[in-house]
Write a protein that binds this ligand. Structure first.
Ligand code: SF4
Length: 334
């Protein structure tokens, strides 16, 4: 299966993401990681990773998928988004040679996960769409070893890669940067419609567990109108049971003059999303037990209490239902 098209004049078009970079021999794309090596678009830095860590799954964040289990997180470098506020820009925008980074064969990653008794492997830190061949090779071995696979992505991907990639992923957190085309164009050099289409695809055409994260940036994407429209769209197109995380921005990369998001701003979004009918809403990058805990959508009982990334109370029965009213909590708990 190839994910590129050759043109007559020695240019190859990468068809992994909507940028469709036209690359001459030796050129790398917008993402810095995919390269025209002469006859095809390849990932010359395949296997070179920027980080590998054992994390609580809550850190991805995934709150409704195997709570309090351990995941082996890893990532490479580069990204196909152009976010001016990137919180991971040291790896997504680096120009350093990837060949100085540690090398892990796919089976080495899986061995690390098993060694550290992780239940899953998470493709994270940078968007796995740009290194999806490597991620898929890891995912295939992980699955045969009984591990789950997780992706943290902006969902900016073309349909062929999307189909092939998400068929090997068990749970995903999609970063919905805002709910405005203007924000996506101005601050991410991207098109929101592609991301919304990916969200609908994951929900309707895959078996992946889906959660969404929006990094709230004051004055940029936090207006009540925008949050309200986002929630309406989510409820209408994905249903009311997709967990929605609002996360605090910290000044980074090209957004150094915008202050860190206040708790009040986050909490306003939390209250509004609840009012709009989203059943599971969370705040991230702040320590607040109330807004990082899960409540029964039927009776309102506390189901899972969290303190940062730790689960401190667990009130689901063996079937993943509320201990009080027996309503199932959406997600994978067993
Ligand atoms: S994956 Fe990279 S090289 Fe391919 S189209 Fe997207 S930005 Fe360009």
């Amino acid at each position: 299966m190839s994910y590129y098209t050759k043109l007559d004049d020695n240019i190859i078009i990468c068809e992994v993401c909507p940028r469709r970079c036209h690359l001459r021999k030796g050129q790398s794309g917008f993402c810095h990681i995919r390269v025209n090596t002469g006859d095809m678009i390849e990932l010359p830095s395949y296997g070179h990773i920027t980080g590998l860590a054992i994390d609580p799954i809550e850190k991805k964040p995934l709150f409704h998928f195997l709570p309090s289990s351990k995941t082996l997180s890893f990532g490479t470098y580069g990204c196909n988004m152009g976010c001016k506020f990137c919180q991971n820009f040291s790896i997504t925008k680096t120009k350093d040679s990837p060949f100085n980074l540690p090398f892990f064969e796919p089976h080495n990653v899986v061995e690390q996960a098993l060694l550290h008794k992780c239940n899953s492997i998470a493709f994270t830190y940078n968007d796995p769409i740009v290194f999806f061949e490597y991620a898929l090779d890891v995912a295939k071995i992980a699955k045969s070893a009984g591990l789950k696979t997780i992706a943290v992505s902006a969902g900016y991907v073309l349909s062929k890669v999307r189909k092939d990639f998400f068929s090997y992923i068990d749970a995903v957190n999609i970063d919905l940067k805002a709910f405005s085309q203007n924000f996506y164009k101005k601050n991410c050099a991207a098109d929101i419609d592609i991301v919304l289409d990916t969200l609908k695809y994951i929900k309707k055409d895959t078996r992946c567990w889906l959660e969404i994260t929006t990094l709230l940036i004051e004055g940029e994407n936090d207006s009540p109108d925008e949050i309200s429209s986002m929630c309406d769209w989510i409820v209408k197109n994905l249903g009311e049971n997709v967990p929605l995380h609002f996360s605090a921005f910290h000044p980074a990369y090209k957004f150094l003059n915008i202050p860190a998001t206040s708790f009040q701003t986050l909490n306003n979004a939390y209250e509004l999303a609840k009012k709009k009918g989203v059943n599971y809403v969370y705040l991230g990058n702040v320590r607040d037990t109330k807004t990082s805990s899960t409540y029964c959508k039927n009776c309102g009982s506390l189901l899972i209490e969290r303190d940062w990334f730790s689960v401190t109370k667990y009130n689901l029965d063996d079937f993943g239902r509320c201990n009080i009213c027996k309503t199932p909590c959406d997600g994978f708990f067993i």
